[in-house]
Design a protein around this ligand. Structure first.
Ligand SMILES: Nc1ncnc2[nH]cnc12
Ligand SMILES: [Zn+2]
Length: 334
């Protein structure tokens, strides 16, 4: 069994495997511009974040009903359990669905149904984080926030910020983050993926986020790194994603070892595993192989994932999961 871990950076729409996309397209009468799952998978060659997002938003069109969202999340949770995931904080993109005429309540109800069964079925505790699309105006995020209010503190635990980063700095969303803070929600944001370290700085200072999603470009600003270390702000790093979206040349060039060396609270996650070549266990195995990470470093990454998770309402579970990590024995290396 892979080492126990929390997955903290996972877009549920990014777990839509080609086979499920075709099954849902058939069920819902949606035409896909590909003839087979194999042909679709062959289109997964990206030049940058935008070229991925174009396909990601296009393929989402197959998700129409509450049941579709339940099936999507159930498939992820089944795969995540095999990856050693014991706690998952899952992103979703409400605006990408409501813009197509899918009701927010259907999305949340469908996802929640799978998430609420995950403890019993898969031994996984879960949280749901609603992301705002940063390439849309803040007014759209504000309207989404108000529509989602009935779910706060029940199905929805936090807000995040994703989609095209460059040209859409965190400060654009200062008002909606202030409201989310007042509502008692957790705050995270993608920053420093394609955008520079100034995006990370702004997410911390203006939005007041508790975690940074990606954050790899923080490494370009030593003062920022010092602050992230001192404040123990976690970074949810996604190695396969960074390579597939050409933020990093190859896995062997990934800054993860330097981040750990600097004392950052880095974690390893899969981002959009159906598109980027692997789930979180495969990301762990990939960095182990390409970067020669030691067992101590792998254990630290797993510990960091639970320490960075929003489990403060269940400290007993956090402690139990950390104890599982400490007791884990790695298989003999071949
Ligand atoms: N890696 C990523 N960056 C920004 N937005 C996203 N939406 C889904 N995956 C994303
Ligand atoms: Zn992401």
């Amino acid at each position: 069994m892979p080492i126990p871990k929390a997955e903290l950076h996972l877009h549920i729409e990014g777990t839509l495997e080609p086979e499920l996309a075709f099954a849902l397209a058939h069920r819902n009468g949606v035409d896909l511009p590909y003839s087979s799952p194999e042909q679709l998978r062959a289109a997964y060659a990206f030049d940058d974040l935008q070229s991925f997002l174009d396909l990601y938003y296009q393929l989402m069109d197959v998700l129409r009903t509450e049941d579709d969202f339940t099936e999507l999340a159930e498939a992820y949770l089944t795969r995540a359990a095999a990856a050693g995931v014991r706690h998952a904080e899952i992103f979703f993109d409400p605006q990408a669905h409501t813009a197509r005429g899918v009701e927010l309540d259907d999305v949340v109800r469908g996802l929640s149904r799978a998430l609420s069964r995950a403890g019993e079925r898969h031994g996984i505790s879960t949280r749901l984080i609603m992301c705002f699309l940063r390439d849309l105006p803040q007014e759209s995020a504000l309207a989404t926030f108000e529509a989602a209010r009935p779910w706060f503190g029940r199905a929805i635990s936090g807000v995040g910020l994703d989609s095209a980063e460059v040209g859409h700095p965190p400060a654009k969303f200062a008002d909606v983050y202030a409201l989310a803070r007042e509502a008692g929600l957790h705050l995270v944001a993608h920053a420093g993926e394609e955008g520079g370290p100034e995006y990370v700085r702004e997410a911390l200072d203006v939005l007041g986020v508790e975690r940074i999603d990606h954050g790899i470009r923080s490494m370009e600003d030593p003062e920022l790194v010092k602050e992230l270390v001192a404040r123990r702000v976690p970074l949810t790093v996604c190695p396969f994603s960074n390579v597939r979206l050409r933020c990093v040349d190859t896995l062997a060039d990934h800054p993860l070892p330097a981040m750990l060396e600097a004392g950052l609270v880095a974690t390893v996650n899969s981002d959009d595993p159906a598109y980027f070549g692997g789930y979180v266990d495969e990301n762990f195995a990939g960095v182990e192989r390409a970067l020669g990470l030691t067992e101590d470093q792998l254990r630290l990454l797993a510990r960091n994932s639970f320490e960075a998770s929003f489990l403060e309402d269940d400290e007993e579970r956090r402690a139990a999961l950390l104890a599982e990590v400490d007791a884990y024995r790695f298989p003999a290396r071949g």
